[in-house]
Design a protein around this ligand. Structure first.
Ligand code: GUN
Ligand code: ZN
Length: 452
């Protein structure tokens, strides 16, 4: 049996834990490092001067000196069907859903349309260095097939599910408790655990599911251990009031999901802005995660996610772009807005924690950190190569930055898809920015990183 051995040289950065708990020790970095990959999985990482000497001479070392090699970004909340409605003007959540989202999602009853958008969507993830995402499809069963097919052809680790929605939405997007259960069961059978794909039971949000449907969602989860759940929670004040009217017995919005048995491990709730302390403690204890979707929350005027209280309560938190309420596929752009949200709340999001949340924190939120999220041996070699000199302004500012934390902060402040030189999935190049491939080290000058 032959084993494919690869080596990538550059400034390596990953996280072994949460900087809130481990401080700078959470971050592992090698200013001149080598990532050794065997058969698509990480075999080893370490300083170049040690690892290069151990490599068999026939191994071609791909030279990314002058660039940063990080684990691929993990986007914990995004809607592929909303790719074509980013930047829809002027509404807050409920009117935005009615006027823009539902008409856009209707088009996914056409399988050809779904396939075309899914192909573009996956390419856009990779162009932005995102190698794993938790994805809403639409209410149409074929929309799930389209996104999983697009992910499977690129060997992506992707979690997705069919939207369940049986009330308070247009007739043309409505399913029933029984049909959503049957479709969910069939899709789990077809896709969950196939290669790197995972299924997520996907009730859109409490207002669009009847009691009977929320019960069916829990049943699907109970019958299929290991399957995920994704939904929205406590995003917008008007929505929160509506949920209180629809479920008058509930203590809070989150309590609705709790009563139906949906707060559990592998569940991700987007937004979680309007929570109280009891909600936060309950979310943390349940093992469910919140997805912090800063560009969406600012775009729809939804409110400010409380990063500090979430951490104090021990909640799992990941980062979500939430396209198409979110305004960018780029996790760098999203982290920048996350930082600004914390500033408005008088809090801090350190650059190390930001990049932790976008990588290992996301993997932990999805309970996929046994296979992705950092460069531990045995994990998939899913990684992104960032170019600190991608634009004239980045290059100019970067020239004055030596500390790793400062360089990461500048990348999230000024970076976007232009800063993504390359993206790899299981050791295979799936995106290379034009004019930004691996270069001869002689052209890249000195390595330019110091430890944090
Ligand atoms: N709540 C229910 N559906 C949606 C959606 O599609 N986007 C956002 N941001 N919030 C939602
Ligand atoms: Zn969403």
């Amino acid at each position: 049996m032959t084993h494919k051995l690869q080596a990538f040289r550059g400034a390596l950065v990953d996280f072994v834990g949460d900087p809130n708990e481990l401080g700078d020790n959470a971050c592992r970095s090698f200013a001149d490092g080598v990532l050794v990959v065997r058969d698509g999985r990480v075999e080893n990482i370490g300083p170049a001067h040690e690892l290069l000497a151990q490599l068999p001479p026939e191994v071609n070392v791909i030279d990314y000196r002058g660039r940063l090699i990080l684990p691929g970004f993990v986007d914990t909340h995004i809607h592929y069907a909303q790719t074509d409605m980013i930047g829809s003007y002027g509404e807050q959540l409920l009117a935005w859903l009615e006027n823009y989202t539902f008409p856009t999602e209707r088009a996914f009853e056409d399988p050809d349309h779904a396939r075309e958008v899914a192909g573009f969507f996956v390419e856009e993830l990779l162009r932005n260095g995102t190698t794993t995402a938790m994805v809403f499809a639409t209410v149409h069963r074929n929309s799930v097939d389209a996104i999983f097919e697009a992910a499977a052809t690129r060997d992506l680790c992707l979690v997705a599910g069919k939207v369940m929605m049986d009330r308070n939405c247009p007739q043309f997007l409505r399913d029933t408790p029984a049909s959503s259960y049957e479709d969910g069961s069939a899709l789990i059978e077809r896709w969950h655990g196939k290669g790197r794909l995972r299924y997520a039971v996907t009730p859109r949000f409490a207002p669009t599911s009847s009691d009977a449907q929320l019960t069916m969602a829990a049943r699907l989860l109970d019958e299929h251990p290991g399957v995920h759940l994704q939904s929205h929670a406590a995003e917008n004040p008007q929505e929160v009031r509506w949920v209180a009217e629809l479920f008058p017995w509930s203590r809070s919005y989150l309590d609705v999901y709790d009563r139906f048995g949906l707060l559990r491990e592998r569940a991700v709730f987007a937004h979680c802005i309007h929570l109280d302390e009891a909600d936060r403690r309950r979310l943390a204890a349940s093992g469910a995660a919140a997805s912090f979707c800063a560009t969406s929350n600012l775009f729809l005027g939804s409110g400010l996610f409380d990063v500090q209280r979430a951490a104090e309560a021990g909640m799992r938190v990941g980062i979500g772009t939430d396209v198409g309420a979110g305004t960018s596929f780029s996790m760098l752009r999203t982290l920048d807005e996350c930082y600004k949200v914390t500033q408005l709340a008088g809090q801090r999001l350190s650059p190390l924690r930001a990049f932790y949340l976008a990588t290992l924190g996301g993997a932990r939120s999805l309970y996929l950190d046994d296979t992705i999220g950092n460069f531990e041996a045995g994990k998939y070699a899913d990684f992104v190569v960032l170019d600190p000199q991608a634009t004239p302004l980045l290059a100019r500012r970067m020239a004055h930055m030596q500390r790793l934390a400062d360089r990461l902060f500048l990348l999230l402040t000024l970076g976007d898809d232009r800063a993504v030189a390359a993206t790899y999935v299981a050791g295979r190049a799936v995106h290379a920015r034009a004019g930004s491939g691996a270069r001869d080290s002689a052209h890249r000058g000195q390595n330019c990183l110091q430890m944090p």
